[in-house]
Design a binder for this molecule. Structure first.
Ligand code: UDP
Ligand code: MN
Length: 297
């Protein structure tokens, strides 16, 4: 009888000890897990990026940079269109309308440089996107371009520009590559050629430019809608003084680092429920370098 009772006490003690160890183990692993996700949240707060369910994996975010002046009808159509296009492709994004609010000639390149600066803390890749070019084929890829630059508006798909080295219209690159290239030249006031100079920048830096696979994207010149009436929206393609000469040269001086501007206003808008932010930008012009930033007449 005594032996049986003694064995029972031993069994009870071992069971209690086992329970104690298991509970302690579970408690410690729960605390450790909590600590890791706490660290993850800290990173989230500091650089404003977000995690997927797996805290080790970054989720990419695209900055849609729209160089803009006085194209409100096109904007009304562009913002809802690109927002639902990107949502359908599960691309996290924000739309930046970089509105040139000074009296100088339009400078698409400088506005995109400003767009980089406005978006770099919130996004890790960007698309420079003309407001009047609407992607129609859902197979066009706006994903993160890992190790290359992606030219969406390829010469064999763009409704107007077909030369081999064309990189205008819609071009996607990481903020890291954009900064490595020192962005776009600020010397191009008026219409054109800043994208051709950027092509040379990329070539010199050995950057690979990829384009949509035409085996998959089979919509040809119906891949985009170019909302551009040439009478209503005439291109400012005049060349003053040395502008023509300057435009044909690779610019090794100006770019992302030297863009000079003032942000005068920032406001959020929604167009048919699609959100975007408008930034009013006054560009500064170094008249000794580019006197053609103003129309002389
Ligand atoms: N743009 C603008 N206002 C202007 C000129 C140009 O907003 O007065 C912007 C707009 O995003 C446009 C892009 O710059 O889509 C390229 O200009 P444009 O359409 O005139 O050039 P294209 O590619 O048609 O030759
Ligand atoms: Mn156009």
């Amino acid at each position: 009888m005594v032996t049986i009772r003694w064995s029972f006490v031993k069994l009870l003690t071992s069971t209690l000890l086992l329970c104690f160890f298991v509970t302690t183990f579970l408690l410690f692993s729960w605390l450790a897990k909590k600590h890791v996700s706490g660290e993850a949240n800290e990173v989230y707060d500091q650089i404003g990026q977000s995690f997927t369910n797996n805290p080790k994996e970054w989720k990419h975010k695209l900055a849609v940079l729209v160089p803009f002046r006085d194209r409100f009808e096109e904007l009304m159509e562009f913002v809802p269109h690109i927002h639902s296009f990107l949502n359908n492709a599960s691309i996290e994004h924000h739309i930046y309308i970089i509105n040139q609010a000074d009296k100088l000639r339009f400078n698409r390149a400088a506005l995109i440089n400003v767009g980089y600066k406005l978006s770099v803390l919130d996004c890790d890749y960007l698309v420079m996107h003309d407001v009047d070019l609407l992607p129609l084929n859902p197979l066009l890829d706006y994903g993160y371009p890992e190790g290359y630059v992606f030219h969406v508006a390829a010469p064999n798909l763009h409704p107007l520009y077909h030369y081999k080295t064309f990189v205008g219209g819609i071009l996607i690159l990481t903020h890291q590559d954009y900064s490595r290239l020192n962005g776009l030249s600020n010397r191009y006031w008026g219409w054109g050629r800043e994208d051709d100079e950027f092509y040379v920048r990329m070539k010199e830096a050995d950057i690979i430019v990829k384009r949509p696979d035409i085996e998959k994207v089979k919509t040809g010149n119906k891949t985009f809608r170019h909302v551009h009436d040439r009478v209503k929206r005439p291109r400012d393609n005049k060349r003053y003084g040395d502008q023509k000469k300057s435009g044909g040269h690779r610019d090794r001086i100006t770019g992302l680092q030297s863009v000079d501007y003032t942000l005068t206003e920032r406001y959020d808008i929604t167009i048919h429920k699609a959100p975007a932010t408008v930034y009013n930008i006054e560009l500064a012009c170094d008249r000794s370098d580019t006197p053609w930033c103003e129309n002389p007449y």
